[in-house]
Structure formats: structure tokens, C-alpha cells
Design a protein around this ligand. Structure first.
Ligand code: T3D
Length: 259
């Protein structure tokens, strides 16, 4: 099984599982990961996802031994990239939070797959490598879009061109990820966080994701209008009613995450 799924109360852990290849993605793993995300999305009890890797690495990007040759005899990278693009769009569009626990090296598409998640934690021994330039490619999986937005133009350029490993603690200092955690504490921290998110106002979180993504291309005017409209929609949600009621009654809210 190239992807393992564990069900927990309110959330699912999805683990990339080709540890002897540092979880490099081949066609089979792509299919299994897409299926796991699709099943999580249709499960009404699942309100958050925890993505991680089995073994000592998180993901070494594309399996460089698994590239198909196209009609011209050259590698068909368009087909490979279509798969990655679908994966990144799916991850970004999931109507629930996705926590990524980067347990070891995250290289190439593996690094940018992690960065496409909503909250990224990493073990202090982990590192992020935009390995693409080492093999004559550009950062993909949204890397050229995400990197400058997360760390600024100068750092994005150096990361992409130099392809040097960025240790987890510096990645957190630079704002590439949320937090670097002691290795031994990574999974416990990630589970606690994901379990907490699974009890929150899921539709509100999903709508926050939508609004933040839209802000990347909107003007302030357009974004203000969008915020007004989305807030209006959320104003009719059971979780908003419960959140306000709980506040006034001075108790913890009991969100259902349902419409
Ligand atoms: O198809 C296309 O190319 C287009 C799509 C592009 C998207 C991309 O992701 S391009 C970038 C692809 N990834 C890389 O270039 C990273 C390649 N891997 C590495 O540079 C190193 O493995 C790491 C820096 C990630 C880790 O180094 P280290 O020394 O900790 O481990 P290792 O010994 O290199 O790797 C362990 C094994 O995993 C090894 O196999 P072996 O010798 O034990 O039989 C190695 O060959 C294998 N492995 C690691 N990465 C990949 C891989 N096998 C296939 N594909 C990989 N990407």
C-alpha cells in the first residue's frame, strides 16, 4: 500500500508509504493519495486531515525512475504535472483543514506538496529542498507561486536556484511553515492540533481557506465584498449560532461542522 489511512475521532491520518524511496511519488501513490483525499471528503465524520510520511523522509518528490516516455520519445512531464496539479488543487480546495507533519526531508514536489497544506509542522531534523534545479527543472506543484508569497522574493529565488536544504527551524523563522517541533514530539503535536481542528467550525475554516486563496488575486475592494458575502453566508450557519450562544453562556462551543 503506497498510502496508509488511519481513522481517528473526527479526522484521518494519511501517510505516504514508500519509505525505501523516501516516499517519492509514483503513479500508484498519486492514485492512492487522490482516493484517500476523496474518501476523507465524503466522510461526514471527517473534519480534518493529517498528512505525513512513513519512515525517515516526508517525500522526495517525483519518483525519478517512474517518468513515462511520450510519443516523441522524450519524457512526458506534462502528464506527470497534470497529476500534481490535480493533487495540489484538491488539497487547497478541501472543505476542511489539512495539517502536514513533515517528519523528514521534503524535496522537490514533496516540499511543495507540504507547503500546499494549511498548517505545516516539521520535525527539527527535517529539511525542505527545492531540488528541481539540480535536475534542470523549475519548482512545480505551485512552488513558483507559493515560495515568494511565503518567504519573499529574495529568499524564494535563492531557494529555487540554489536548491540547498532549508532546515525546519529556519523554515519556521522565515515563515515558510508554521512550526518546527522536537522530532520526538512531532506526531503527538500534529495529532493534538488536528484533533482540535476537527472540533472547530469546519465550514468557517473552509470558507477562510477560500477567502485567503481569493485574496491572492483580488483587489482590496473585491476582497471586502467577498468577505461581506462569505460572512453573510456563515451568519446562517449552525456553528455561528452555537459560537455566539456559547460565548454568551460562558461555555465551550459544541460545533458540528455541518451546514
Ligand atoms: O518527472 C519529473 O521529473 C517532473 C516532476 C518533477 C517534480 C519533482 O519532484 S522534481 C524533483 C525530484 N526529486 C528530487 O530530485 C530529489 C531526489 N532525492 C534526493 O536528492 C535525495 O534522495 C534527498 C536529498 C531527498 C535525500 O537524500 P538522502 O541521502 O537522505 O537519501 P538517498 O540515499 O538519496 O535516498 C534514499 C533512497 O531513496 C535511495 O535509494 P537507494 O540508493 O537506497 O536504493 C534513493 O535513490 C531513493 N530516492 C530518493 N529520492 C528519490 C529516490 N528514488 C526515486 N526518486 C526520487 N525522487
Amino acid at each position: 500500500m503506497t498510502v496508509l489511512v488511519e481513522k481517528h475521532a473526527g479526522y484521518r491520518q494519511i501517510s505516504l508509504n514508500r519509505p525505501d524511496r523516501l516516499n517519492a511519488l509514483n503513479a500508484d501513490m498519486h492514485g492512492a493519495l487522490m482516493a484517500a483525499l476523496g474518501e476523507a471528503e465524503t466522510d461526514r465524520e471527517c473534519r480534518a486531515i493529517l498528512l505525513t510520511g512513513a519512515g525517515r523522509g516526508f517525500c522526495a518528490g517525483q519518483d525519478l525512475a517512474d517518468v513515462q516516455v511520450g510519443d516523441t520519445g522524450a519524457p512526458d512531464l506534462k502528464a506527470v504535472l497534470e497529476r500534481y496539479n490535480t493533487l495540489v488543487r484538491t488539497l487547497r480546495g478541501l472543505a476542511m483543514p489539512v495539517v502536514c507533519a513533515v517528519n523528514g526531508v521534503a524535496a522537490g514536489a514533496g516540499a511543495n506538496l507540504a507547503l500546499a497544506c494549511d498548517i505545516v509542522l516539521a520535525a527539527k531534523s527535517a529539511s525542505f529542498i527545492q531540488a528541481f534545479s539540480r535536475i534542470g527543472l523549475i519548482p512545480d506543484c505551485g512552488g513558483t507561486w507559493l515560495l515568494p508569497r511565503l518567504v519573499g522574493a529574495a529568499r524564494a529565488r535563492a531557494l529555487a536556484i540554489l536548491a540547498e536544504p532549508l532546515p525546519a527551524e529556519r523554515a519556521a523563522e522565515w515563515g515558510l511553515i508554521w512550526q518546527a517541533v522536537e522530532d520526538a514530539a512531532l506526531m503527538e503535536t500534529a495529532h493534538k492540533l488536528t484533533a482540535r481542528l476537527a472540533t472547530q467550525a469546519t465550514i468557517g475554516i473552509a470558507t477562510t481557506k477560500r477567502a485567503l486563496d481569493a485574496a491572492e488575486t483580488n483587489t482590496l475592494d473585491a476582497q471586502l465584498d467577498l468577505e461581506r458575502d462569505l460572512q453573510h453566508e456563515l451568519g446562517g450557519s449552525p456553528d455561528y449560532a452555537e459560537g455566539v450562544r456559547a460565548f454568551l453562556e460562558k461555555r465551550a462551543p459544541n460545533f458540528t461542522g455541518r451546514r
